[in-house]
Design a protein around this ligand. Structure first.
Ligand SMILES: Cc1ncc(COP(=O)(O)O)c(C=O)c1O
Length: 400
């Protein structure tokens, strides 16, 4: 008997979670593995946010809330979008969900008809294609090579659009590449989109505060206000405020879309945890100095990793412009042999070799739609990163 519906046959579990599981399994056998698979800030949630949650719980904010989020949280999100991103936005344009992931899932659930296409510039966040497929859509992967800074160009976009295109996904700074788009990059993409009124844009800006070298973040909504009625700006507190476990994501978009997303939510999870919503109000409206401190720490780690990886013969790394990952090129290892005589056929084999022989868990580039690379998360201490780089170096040196 099959318990599982056929719609699941096309969906893979998350590759970064799988890498972490593999690391945990080795650890359970007593092997000392450094897990650089999963991407989440290693800092505690700032204390004033925890205090706000505590206060909310004690004050009786323990009931279901409106499906789209409390009035306070939607006002706080709209204020953040106006203040930080220059968006023309009110609380009515906002919906809150259990993480940016659920926002994206709800948006696709609300809009995709079977066979509708979603353009995914690669390398992409691992969950995008799986969500698209789960909801009956067709991912259209557009490889954005390192030579374009891992960015989608207007020419690549134009080529990928068809009459069935429903969504274009953008993610900046990007997971896994760290790529950022400038105002003029976004305007150039907007000019292409202006010719194709059937295309909606999902701009995932969850890493906006983790930006390096003095760059200024430009939201897609700010660069292309003329596309407002077909743009969904996605964000959340997970990465900026070290709140991955609180599960709060949010978005601003056209009224009918936001309403449909909130209807889906009302029938699936009712609402986001009331206490986590109160914590989100404190995160968005409260002091922002911890956000700046996290950014500094991530930039120092980025520098350490770029410096260390670039010294390893056989690996390449363009300095990530934001986020907390390094997308490491391993082209020159492909086809070579490990000390055990195994040929490294692809980046999955490289990641596997680094795990089993180097004792460092990473995620192969195949999971992000652009090979041959592997991704490490840099959201861990400088000591751990230094040790991981030494292990990667030793393992790569043993490849024949
Ligand atoms: C690009 C991107 N979007 C969304 C998410 C998920 O965010 P959340 O924790 O808000 O669901 C992640 C998490 O890794 C991510 O990398």
């Amino acid at each position: 008997m099959s318990y599982v519906a056929s719609r699941l046959s096309v969906v893979k579990p998350s590759a970064s979670m799988a890498a972490s599981q593999a690391a945990k399994a080795l650890r359970a056998k007593g092997v000392d593995v450094i897990d650089l698979g999963l991407g989440e800030p290693d800092f505690p949630t700032p204390l004033h946010i925890i205090d706000a949650a505590h206060f909310a719980a004690k004050a009786g904010q323990t009931l279901y809330t409106a499906a789209a989020g409390t009035a306070e949280v939607r006002e706080a999100v709209a204020g953040k979008f106006r203040r930080e991103n220059g968006l023309d936005c009110t609380a009515d344009d906002v919906v809150v969900a259990n993480g940016a992931k659920q926002i994206i899932f709800n948006a696709l659930m609300a809009t995709l008809e079977t066979g509708d296409e979603a353009i995914l510039p690669a390398p992409y966040f691992v969950s995008y294609p799986e969500m698209v497929k789960l909801l009956g859509g067709t991912p259209v992967v557009v490889e954005c090579p390192e030579t374009t800074g891992f960015r989608l160009t207007p020419a690549l976009l134009e080529k990928a659009i068809t009459p069935r295109t429903k969504w274009l996904f953008l993610n900046m700074p990007g997971n896994p590449s760290g790529a950022v788009y400038s105002q003029s990059d976004l305007e150039a993409l907007g000019a292409v989109l202006a010719k194709h009124p059937q295309v909606l844009v999902l701009s995932d800006e969850i890493y906006e505060h983790i930006l390096f070298d003095g760059r200024e973040f430009v939201s897609f909504g700010k660069a292309c206000p003329e596309l407002k009625d077909r743009t969904l700006i996605v964000n959340g507190v997970s990465k900026s405020y070290a709140m991955t476990g609180w599960r709060v994501g949010y978005a601003a978009g056209p009224g009918p879309l936001v309403k449909a997303m909130s209807t889906i939510q009302s029938q699936s999870c009712t609402s986001v945890c009331s206490i986590a919503q109160a914590a989100t109000v404190a995160a968005l409206n409260g002091p922002q100095d911890e956000v700046a401190r996290f950014r500094h720490a991530f930039e120092a780690r980025r520098d350490l990793v770029v410096d260390g990886i670039r010294k390893i013969n056989g690996l390449t790394l363009s300095p990530p412009e934001g986020a907390f990952y390094a997308y490491i090129g391993c082209a020159s290892l492909i086809g070579r042999k490990t000390p055990k005589g195994v040929t490294l056929e692809d980046d999955a084999a490289v990641a596997n070799y680094l795990l089993n022989e180097g004792r460092v868990a990473s995620v192969p580039g195949a999971a992000y739609g652009l090979s041959p690379y592997f991704r490490i998360s840099t959201a861990t201490s400088e000591e751990v990163l230094t040790e991981a780089i030494a292990r990667i170096n030793a393992a790569v040196a043993r490849v024949e």
